[in-house]
Every structure is written in structure tokens, then in C-alpha cells.
Design a protein around this ligand. Structure first.
Ligand code: SAM
Length: 330
């Protein structure tokens, strides 16, 4: 069984936001603090997430990434991981994206519960700069999480940095060095118009090509695979054979919608077929109406058929989605 959209794409990748709460205030995401949070009774319970995930997997979803908000703020996250891991081997990959919050304390349990991979966000290697970017004096959190992820053998340890011109693009080479020294898979992401303050501008975007060239001029890079497949990043290794990997994610300047295999489920149970969707599909109400699994599956199939052919960031009529990345689930 596979999930197809109307543009010949197969959907295999589901991102689930488990909470709309976040304890960071990254200027590119939540510069003005959290927007009003969803009412508690609208947030999907673990049982609901597990039931929906089972249906998604029966429809051909192979990868689930738990995100948020900050997913580690959701109490009992280990239990949810355990519930979702029971969907293996049909579910091939279970991952989590975090700012490092309480990961060192919970990493071993998450691993034992069946979490396959973790991605940790780290937007600066400098403590003062980190505070300016995230609004919290807590660089120790992602750094400790990276150490813990290595210790608990999450392979490879992935790190994300959103690169914004004039804010942290002078650290590109430092990040690459950090990746080499710590054998990390480091992902550089273009700034996307998903910030609550609507402060995004094209001038702030550092194009993926420029990021690659600036790293390559100091640490020569070799393309790892000639195809990106359905992944989001072009992956590079260091030409001198040093450990670590560089990934460049350039959704703004090198759109990859034609290969998109992703859909998203928000914490309050809405399906989003694109990060930039301006409409959402209320799966929670279908679920809570007492629908049978086949009816829920039918609803999901119908929604997937409506997946947008591409995003419209570069079109003059582009409208920024009302919900920010922290709500949608990055
Ligand atoms: N709290 C977790 C974290 O910090 O990784 C998970 C949620 S966060 C929304 C997921 C990812 O989205 C992070 O890597 C973050 O840097 C990225 N992100 C948030 N806003 C973004 C934006 N406007 N453009 C590009 N990436 C963004």
C-alpha cells in the first residue's frame, strides 16, 4: 500500500509535531514569544497519535519524525516513542528533532524505546551569539545533547543550523570544522518565511550554493551521492577523508518540491501537505467522530491527493502561512 498524490509523488515521510510549546525564542521562528497555544483538549493524546501513526504506516509511511515546538517538553515522550517503535519493521525510521532539552537525561531511554535517530539544532558555536539567536542562555543544552547522542550511539548524530545573513553566516566554516572534529552530519538550512514576526526577507537568505562554496574554499567537499532522492539535502563529505558530513538544505533558492515525500501532522491534529500550506485538514475531528480506521485512511488518501505541486515562496503572490514553524513542526 502506498500513498500517492496527484503529482506522481509517493508520500513516505510523516512529521508529527507533539507539542506547540517551545522553550526557545529563536528570532527566525518565535521572535515575539509563543503565539496563543492550542487549547489543551485539542492536542492529540499519545493514544490518538499512536492510532493515527498505525494507519499512516499501513498506508505506506516509512519514516516518522517527532518534532514541535520542543518535543522533549511533552511529558512521557519516551512512552510515545515506544508505542511508535512497535510499528517496526513496516516503520523503517523513527527520528526526533530537538533543541537538546533534557536529551542527556533521556537519551538512553529513548534509544532503548526504539528511537533510531536524533537531530539537534545548534545555530551558533558562540555562547553570546547563541543567546542572541535563541533568546536563551543555554548553548550547553545542544552541546550536551550532541555528546549524549554520540554516547548513546545514535548514528549519525545530525545537527541543524539555520543560516541567516549577518547573524551567523560568518560561522559556516567553524560549523564545518566542528562537524569534522566531532564526526557529525551537519545540516545547513536556508532561512524560510515561517517566522512569527514576519521578519523574513530575501536579503537574509544565504543561498545553499554560497554556503557550499564558502565551506568548500576552506575544507574541499565531495558530493556524496549524485541524487538527492526524496531527501531534503545535498550531502557532501570532506575531500581529505576527514569524518563528518555536510548537508545543504536550500528550499528557497533550489526548490525540491518535485521530489517531496513529506506530510505533517500538527499537535492539534491537522494534516499539512506542505510547510507553506495555507489550508489544513482536520484529521482530529475525523478521528474523534468515532470513524473506523478505513474511513480515516480514506480521509488521509483524499488529503494527500490535494498536496500542493510546489511552494510559492518565489512568486510575487506568495502568502506566508499563518502558523509558524514551531506550530507546524519542522
Ligand atoms: N524544537 C526543536 C528544535 O529546535 O529543533 C524542533 C522544532 S524546530 C521548529 C525544527 C527545525 O526547524 C529546527 O532545526 C529549526 O532551526 C528549524 N526552523 C525553524 N524556523 C525556521 C525557519 N524560519 N527557517 C528555516 N528553518 C527553521
Amino acid at each position: 500500500m502506498t500513498l500517492h498524490d496527484a503529482h506522481n509523488r509517493t508520500i513516505r515521510d510523516l512529521r508529527i509535531s507533539v507539542t506547540d510549546r517551545c522553550n526557545f525564542r529563536c528570532f527566525y521562528c518565535l521572535p515575539n514569544g509563543e503565539p496563543p497555544l492550542a487549547r489543551k483538549d485539542t492536542i492529540l493524546t499519545f493514544e490518538e497519535i499512536a492510532r493515527l501513526s498505525e494507519i499512516f504506516v499501513s498506508l505506506g509511511i516509512e519514516k516518522i519524525r517527532l518534532t514541535g515546538g520542543e518535543p522533549m517538553l511533552r511529558k512521557g515522550i519516551v512512552t510515545l516513542v515506544e508505542q511508535l517503535a512497535s510499528l517496526k519493521p513496516r516503520l523503517k525510521d523513527l527520528a526526533l528533532t530537538t533543541n537538546g532539552q533534557s536529551f542527556p537525561e533521556n537519551g538512553a531511554e529513548l534509544k532503548a524505546a526504539g528511537l533510531d535517530r536524533v537531530t539537534i539544532s545548534l545555530d551558533s558555536l558562540n555562547a553570546d551569539r547563541f543567546r542572541e539567536i535563541t533568546g536563551v542562555d543555554a548553548i550547553y543544552k545542544p552541546l550536551a545533547a550532541i555528546e549524549a547522542a554520540k554516547e548513546y550511539a545514535f548514528e549519525p548524530v545530525k545537527v541543524n543550523a539555520v543560516i541567516v545573513r549577518g547573524r551567523n553566516d560568518d560561522e559556516l566554516v567553524d560549523f564545518a570544522r566542528f562537524a569534522r572534529e566531532n564526526a557529525l552530519s551537519f545540516r545547513f538550512i536556508e532561512f524560510m518565511p515561517l517566522d512569527s514576526g514576519h521578519g523574513w526577507s530575501r536579503e537574509m537568505v544565504v543561498p545553499g550554493r554560497e554556503m557550499r562554496e564558502r565551506i568548500n574554499s576552506v575544507y574541499p567537499l565531495k558530493l556524496k551521492e549524485t541524487s538527492r532522492g526524496t531527501g531534503t539535502s545535498w550531502k557532501y563529505v570532506f575531500a581529505d577523508g576527514s569524518p563528518g558530513e555536510i548537508g545543504i538544505i536550500a528550499p528557497v533558492t533550489e526548490m525540491f518540491c518535485g521530489q517531496c515525500s513529506r506530510i505533517r501532522l500538527t499537535a492539534d491534529g491537522q494534516i499539512r501537505t506542505c510547510l507553506f500550506s495555507t489550508t489544513e485538514h482536520n484529521l482530529r475531528d475525523v478521528l474523534r467522530s468515532g470513524a473506523r480506521s478505513e474511513e480515516i485512511a480514506q480521509f488521509i488518501r483524499g488529503v494527500v491527493m490535494k498536496k500542493e505541486p510546489r511552494h510559492y515562496i518565489n512568486d510575487p503572490e506568495f502568502i506566508q502561512p499563518a502558523r509558524t514553524m514551531s506550530f507546524i513542526g519542522g
